[in-house]
Design a protein around this ligand. Sequence first.
Ligand code: ADP
Ligand code: MG
Length: 245
Amino acid sequence: MKQDILLQTEHLHKSFDNQEVLKDISFSLTGGEVVVIIGPSGCGKSTFLRCLNGLEDIDGGRVIFHGEEISAQKKKMHLIRQKIGMVFQSYDLFPHLTIMENILLAPMKAQGRQKQEIEKEAEELLKRVGLFEKKNAYPRQLSGGQKQRVAIVRSLIMHPDVMLFDEVTAALDPEMVREVLQVLLELAKSGMTMLIVTHEMEFARAVADRILFMDKGIIVEENTPQEFFESPQTERAKQFLNMFH
Ligand code: ADP
Ligand code: MG
């Protein structure tokens, strides 16, 4: 069955001052698809994700979500952002709130949902990421990997249609990387539509339906994981991959 395009850009341009950071990016993400973006530091990956959920204004082109141009709808942006979840490298949980309180905050405030209903759901999600017993703990009592898993739950409870992940394991100690990647793998298996920026090549290969290789603000190469890792088409991609051997 052919799925519909969920999120899309057409000729997206973004500059900071006089530096063009994203140069004419056309891209689409289909429902249920998992796409991984890889590329050197500074090539524009984070900026691209931030443009997709309206955290950055764009200078040209369009961002289209469910067939509607969202780059032109400032007023609806807060609603759109609930439907496009994003998890970053830093997990910025509120230190004075428990894990459960951190998770309940946004669905109660932004979606007006009842505490009882979402508490049950939060418990289920915490079980899914192996953190049920931490629900009454405070963020300082958790490891980096555990906090990052809470950040993922906090996003999922908003019932997003698509999840953007920006180097979510980059700040973690190696032993905690795996537990977070495992959560992403399971989320992908469950059918969540995902766009993931990562430098974890093995993980990228395992999780991705499609790989985008970005360099200097351009999508240089777009391929299946197998093709990309075994026979990259461009010199730039070859050079980049060589750094990981
Ligand atoms: P990546 O995530 O691939 O490492 P970024 O999207 O963070 O790359 O950055 C791309 C380029 O845009 C870099 O040259 C960076 O310095 C620049 N940049 C990112 N955010 C800003 C900003 N808020 N103001 C000015 N320049 C920025
Ligand atoms: Mg980045």
